[in-house]
Design a protein around this ligand. Structure first.
Ligand code: PHE
Length: 359
């Protein structure tokens, strides 16, 4: 008997009983809470909730019964277990409150996964219509043997104007509403500066096209402050205006079809002499006259001409030996004709309903 008696007089067996008993109560309380958690989500009516409340928190409910058993525990155990029982009670009350709100707001959604449902394909990117047409234009010239070059959008006044034979304060500079960046620096107003950049680096023969963005302070249904051009330049011995006509005719026929007519109108650019503006038969009305062509039956698509000898002076080409032609066309113009679009702003609004139509 002595071995089983501790100094305070309580037997070890008695202690063991108390420990087991309180341990048991803790486990039971945890069990009650877990079970409540499992049940609450499947309750789909307010009546069901009331039954649930009585079952757990009612006079004879699980939690209440557990609380009643507190009295059987030795006094020193009561506070801890009591606290736990109260927290389980509070937890279950909270569950009830939430479930009531869920039912009242009418969102009795059963969550489930339909594994037979088709997956959602990730949206595939595609080329912008301007890119599509740009590539088409470049492809046609690359097949004729032209090389693609690109240059800066922020350009020196020297390349954009001066070396293209636009003298300082010459009224021709007003033809293009220029964005000035700083003294002597502009956003290029056309792709023609690429003519000079290429020629100053190499001697003829030179055959390049230079696609890219250009900028002018202008905005309406047929103008945007940024748009795209493709520049073309061919310089060699014995190049004539006939070569220019043949090249552009070949291009238009490949781009728009063999039955589309062209016409060359005399024009002026400081860097070409003679200069021309090239119209194609309106592809919307086939030359009959419509809104898009202003009833004329013709639409301007590019400027062109024979390279002015004055430009050769800036790049050290001998105009007695070499001659060449240049042209510059607006890509938006070509795209509008190709797809029958009557508002240039559509290209830059990023409306997916518009952009999705092109491949
Ligand atoms: N750069 C001219 C423009 O933007 C077009 C052009 C290019 C004209 C080449 C002649 C030769 O208006």
């Amino acid at each position: 008997m002595a071995p089983f008696v501790q100094s305070n007089g309580a037997s070890i067996l008695e202690d063991l009983f108390i420990i087991l008993h309180s341990q048991n109560m803790k486990e039971q309380l945890i069990k009650i809470q877990k079970q409540a958690e499992r049940e609450i989500d499947s309750i789909s009516s307010l009546e069901g909730l009331e039954t649930f409340r009585i079952q757990y928190l009612g006079k004879k409910g699980h939690v209440t019964s557990a609380l009643k058993k507190l009295g059987e525990l030795p006094p020193e155990e009561r506070p801890e277990i009591g606290e736990m029982a109260n927290s389980v009670k509070a937890e279950i009350s909270l569950m009830l409150e939430r479930a009531k709100n869920r039912l009242k707001s009418g969102e009795i959604k059963k969550e489930y996964i339909d594994i037979t449902l088709q997956g959602r394909a990730p949206a595939r990117g595609r080329l912008h219509p301007i890119d599509i047409v740009n590539r088409e234009i470049c492809d046609i010239f690359v097949k004729m043997g032209y090389r693609i070059v690109q240059g800066p959008n922020v350009e020196l006044d020297y390349y954009n104007f001066e070396a293209l034979n636009f003298p300082k304060d010459h009224p021709a500079r007003d033809m293009q509403d220029t964005f000035y960046v700083s003294e002597g620096v502009v956003l290029r107003t056309h792709t023609s500066p690429m003519q000079v950049r290429v020629m100053e680096k190499q001697q003829p023969p030179v055959g390049i096209i230079a696609p890219g963005k250009v900028y002018r302070s202008d905005s309406d249904v047929s103008h945007t402050p940024m748009f795209h051009q493709v520049e073309g330049l061919l310089v060699d011995k014995g190049i004539t205006f006939g070569d220019l006509k043949g090249t552009l005719t070949g291009f238009v026929h490949q781009m728009f079809g063999k039955d589309v007519a062209l016409r060359f109108r005399p024009s002026f650019f400081p860097f070409t002499e003679p200069s021309a503006e090239v119209d194609i038969q309106c592809v919307i009305c086939h030359g009959k006259g419509c809104r898009t062509c202003g009833n004329s039956g013709w639409i301007e698509i590019l400027g062109a001409g024979m390279v002015d000898p004055a430009v050769y002076g800036f790049v050290n080409y001998d105009p007695e030996i070499y001659s060449g032609f240049a042209f510059g066309m607006g890509i938006e113009r070509v795209a509008m004709l190709k797809y029958g679009i009557d508002d240039i702003q559509l290209f830059f609004r990023n409306d997916m309903r518009f952009l999705r139509q092109f491949y």
